[in-house]
Design a protein around this ligand. Structure first.
Ligand code: ATP
Ligand code: MG
Length: 503
């Protein structure tokens, strides 16, 4: 915010693509200054918001504008502005109101190397979560002026950055309601439960498919409970997103985001954009899980929009004059019936015509399915037999944590903390047994795997090796990874093509 005050007919102009809320700052700032006992210069005031080609939105610039104006008109020493950032809306009586995005702004202030940020007491609590800056609460414009002129008013005790607890999860930290659901509730479906654990261990995308009422939705809701808690860095990224979408952030939550948008969602709702360029579900799911239940009900165009962020871990939204890039590294979890009637693969129970099946396949885009590493099928058999549970969340969580620790130990070397994010170079440097290599070559030769498919199978195989405490990827890991990719199941009624290829 730049302010220039000079002789001339009294005027107050704001340039630099202000939106209506920013333009109205003129009235708020003028009145707040007068009501706080300051003079408003009866001169020509020009305010420039830089960079001038970026649209400025919302009332959060009020406080900075008022303080810059106080300095420009000689009512405050300008030196203080060098080391202070300001963020907040002004009420007519001079009260500093909370403004959206404080945590993201505090983060930007820290990156810019400014030591202190002045904001409303409510926002200061949020900004104090960011390490490396002092968040100074100011109740009023007067308070803010006192801070800038070096007097520390009694109301303005600086908040040191909050002590952030160590990375390891504390049980109480894992979000509410999560302990109410446990893998121990799921009877049978050993294959799908195992697939869920593998997906959690390596951060892989997972598709659950099976007849109605077999536990797909049930299993999906048990994924967050077996994932490790967020690290401090991840938790800050998640909090930054929450802050930008206007949610109040009072403490750093360690629970992984779990987003389950309804299938009627629009592409803009899912990936972000629209009128205001707001972040979408994929950004809200950053560092967590995006669960798409009833995958085949989503509009194909909506699903197609997922392809790029799934590869890149972020989304670039083109706006009129600039591009906004939001983080979107999420784990995709999807559930679907295998066909319109829901019983395909169950001997003799599917009543769909070939035409219906074809239409069904067209709904699920091939390129999207190709990005899903693990396809697990659930069956309706085990429940009928009164099967018992095959895992508990606490045991699964321990397995996942151990596998992730092994991955973290390699992270510096391979450039990715999770197997799901291993790049081409790291994959070609993987230590793979001969037999496993041959198996992959054979599957590729027979046209069962795209190039992307091969990379994804290798990543899952690496995770299986990590779960088995193995340094090398062996034939057994690669074989299982191939089966997991091909939609295998516990007790196949028909051998899949991949199984035959293996034989
Ligand atoms: N494997 C299972 N173990 C225990 N309970 C189960 C199992 N499968 C289903 N149930 C029970 O059935 C209910 C419905 O299951 P769920 O919603 O997960 O089915 P679904 O596979 O998602 O079906 P749909 O295809 O209709 O969405 C669950 O809330 C649970 O009570
Ligand atoms: Mg369901």
């Amino acid at each position: 915010v730049e302010v220039d005050v000079r002789r001339g007919l009294p005027a107050f102009t704001i340039i630099g693509l202000p939106d209506t809320a920013v333009r109205e700052a003129r009235e708020r700032v003028r009145t707040a200054m007068l009501n706080s006992g300051f003079a408003f210069p009866a001169q020509r005031v020009t305010v420039s918001l830089a960079p001038s080609d970026l649209r400025k939105t919302g009332p959060g610039l009020d406080l900075a504008l008022a303080c810059a104006l106080l300095c420009a008109s000689g009512q405050l020493p300008p030196a203080a502005l060098e080391s202070h950032a300001l963020h907040g809306e002004l009420a007519l009586d001079g009260t500093v109101r909370s403004a959206r995005g404080s945590l993201a702004i505090a983060d930007a202030v820290a990156r810019a190397g400014l030591p202190r940020l002045v904001l409303s007491p409510r926002d200061a609590a949020e900004a104090a979560l960011v390490p490396g800056i002092g968040a100074v609460p100011a109740r009023t414009l007067r308070d803010a002026a006192n801070v800038l002129s070096g007097r520390s008013p009694s109301a303005c005790d600086e908040r040191a950055p909050q002590h952030v607890p160590p990375d390891r999860a504390r049980e109480g930290d894992r979000g509410t309601g999560e302990r109410a659901v446990d893998l121990a509730d799921v009877r049978g479906q050993a294959y799908a439960v195992r697939a869920l654990i593998v997906a959690a261990a390596g951060g892989h995308n997972l598709l659950l498919s099976g007849p109605p009422g077999t536990g797909k939705t049930m299993l999906a809701h048990r994924l967050p409970g077996i994932l490790p808690a967020l690290t401090t860095g991840e938790a800050l990224e998640v909090a930054r997103v929450s802050s930008v979408v206007g949610r109040r952030v009072t403490s750093l939550s360690r629970a992984r985001p779990f987003r389950a948008p309804h299938h009627s969602i629009t592409p803009a709702g899912l990936i972000g954009g629209g009128e205001r360029g707001a972040p979408g579900e994929i950004t809200l799911a950053h560092n967590g899980v995006l669960f798409l239940d009833e995958l085949s009900e989503f509009a194909p165009a909506t699903l197609d929009a997922l392809r790029q962020p799934l590869e890149e871990g972020r989304i670039a939204l083109a706006r009129a004059r600039h591009t906004a890039t939001y983080p979107a590294r999420f784990q995709l979890l999807a559930a679907t019936n295998p066909c319109p009637c829901g019983y395909r693969g169950e001997e003799g129970r599917c009543s769909c015509s070939e035409q219906q099946l074809q239409r069904w396949r067209r709904r699920l885009s091939g390129p999207l399915l190709d990005r899903i590493d693990i396809h697990a099928q659930l069956t309706s058999e085990p429940q009928a037999a009164g099967a018992a549970a095959t895992a508990t969340s606490s045991r699964a969580r321990a397995q996942v944590r151990e596998a992730r620790e092994r991955q973290a130990a390699r992270a510096a070397q391979v450039g990715a903390a999770l197997n799901a994010h291993l790049g081409a170079r790291a994959l070609s440097a993987l230590r793979v047994d001969d037999a496993a290599g041959k198996m992959l070559d054979r599957a590729a030769r027979e046209g069962l795997l795209s190039m992307r498919g091969q990379a994804r199978v290798l990543r899952v195989a690496r995770t299986l090796a990590d779960l088995a405490h193995s340094e090398r990827v062996g034939a057994e890991h690669l074989g299982t990874a191939l089966t997991l990719r091909g939609g295998g199941r516990e007790a196949p009624t028909q051998p899949s093509r991949l199984r035959r290829a293996r034989a």
